[in-house]
Design a protein around this ligand. Sequence first.
Ligand SMILES: Nc1nc2c(c(=O)[nH]1)N[C@H]1C(S)=C(S)[C@@H](COP(=O)(O)O)O[C@H]1N2
Ligand SMILES: [Mo]
Length: 167
Amino acid sequence: MALSRRTFIAACALAPLGCMQARAAAGAGLDDPAQPVLAVSRNGTRLAALSRAELAAMPQARIATRTPWNDTAVVYEGPLLADLLARFGDGHGELRLLALNDYMVTADAALLTEAGAILAVKQDGTFLTMSRKGPVFVMFPFDDDPRLQSQPYYSRAVWQLVEIELL
Ligand SMILES: Nc1nc2c(c(=O)[nH]1)N[C@H]1C(S)=C(S)[C@@H](COP(=O)(O)O)O[C@H]1N2
Ligand SMILES: [Mo]
């Protein structure tokens, strides 16, 4: 995997030990389920850096759906966004979602949680690789509810998610 500037920055943001270690970790790959890949922050303070192994150890939700990104229906698994936010006493305010490719979008937390958003870490039973839009993919049950098949939700279906800011 080429170590892009953005990957390095994301790894730095997540690094418990600093940027030199982050460079090594990013080189080892964000595809490693044991590596912290998802930061949760508030007011510039990092509250947590979660690995996919930790996210997969939470109660899992399962969404089988078609998406604009796949030709056929795919099964995504991961914790409910609502469950993760509850760990930080949150779930009511605004969120900012940041991805590896510099994509950034804000949303009312309730819009996402009421739609049943999950933090998908697996696709068809296998941890998402970066090449399959991992490490984390915000996913909605698009096929279950036609109202979700619209821009407010597609634009919040953030792939390669690396940070959730609680605004
Ligand atoms: N990481 C990331 N996630 C993203 C985007 C993006 O550019 N980067 N685009 C969003 C938008 S605006 C839409 S409509 C959908 C589909 O965009 P895509 O066709 O570029 O994947 O993905 C969303 N998730
Ligand atoms: Mo979009």
